[in-house]
Design a protein around this ligand. Sequence first.
Ligand code: 13P
Length: 341
Amino acid sequence: AYNLPKDKQIELVRIAQAIATSGKGILAADEPADVMASRWAPVNIENTEENRRYYRQLLFRTKESSHYISGIILCHETFHHKTDDDYTPFPRLLQENGILPGITVDQSTVVLGGTDNEPTTQGLDNLEERCREYKKLGAQFAKWRAVITIGPNSPSQLAIDENAKTLARYASICQQCGLVPIVEPEVSQDGDHDLDECQRVTEKVLATVYKALNDYHVYLEGTLLKPNMVTPGNKSTKQYSIEQIAEATVITFRRTVPIAVPGIMFLSGGHNEENSTVYLNAINRVALYKPWLLSFSYGRALQTSVLHAWKGDKANDEQARNEFLRLAKIMFRHNSASSIM
Ligand code: 13P
């Protein structure tokens, strides 16, 4: 980190620690319009820009949510939305509610040529310019999602290396601009692989990512990790206990994630609300030394029942808000990191 001035290092640490604090977690509300279509179709909510703005306003105006949530990730569209009564920009609305605003800066995935349909993430072009602008408008941290798949021919070494380097380059650019990078190498749970295979791949991916972060002079104290939990694939026929999943997850991080990283904020990755809760709880209870805050950065696991309560109808706003608070509170309670070390 020799090229990052001391005052920038201090600022990044301050932000990272404000996010990874006292059991709080992150809400990922950064679904772009096309992803929102798939989340809303099952509940028949019309996917218009105004509905997306209104729904986010509903979440962000849930006052007590800041007791459980320290940061919220926005997509580009939402970042530029305002409240409908007093035209407060959403990043400012969050800050006024004691929540740090974050921004997704990747531009989704494309196929990495020469592989068996493995993804790589785009968005490095103009990234520095975009990060400076987001920072000026109040963003404090950023997110970039890389996806690693497990299949008969994957992950290839090429896909692992390419995604690790891209994450490192992204993280370096964010830090130069005063944004804490959330480094998200998601090992997808799609597939019939077992727990051991997920652990083997996740270890290899994380080891490669941290080597790349070091190569690119990324200042680890000013980063957060957003990983998958180590679980069997969603089509695996093998059954495991919650404790086995939790232990495999903690062992994987102990082998690969440096102690300098202040927080590990899990994605839910398609696990339902209940599993996302019990896994997080069990992970925090594994009787091994865990030097990082282990918390959540959930999208679906903090919103699925909210959408079912809301159904796109303003008459249900209050129920939707109560549902959001209920979920945030449960995740927070099941994340008793401070009592375990
Ligand atoms: P899920 O928790 O729904 O996986 O979303 C988290 C996220 O931000 C994925 O990039």
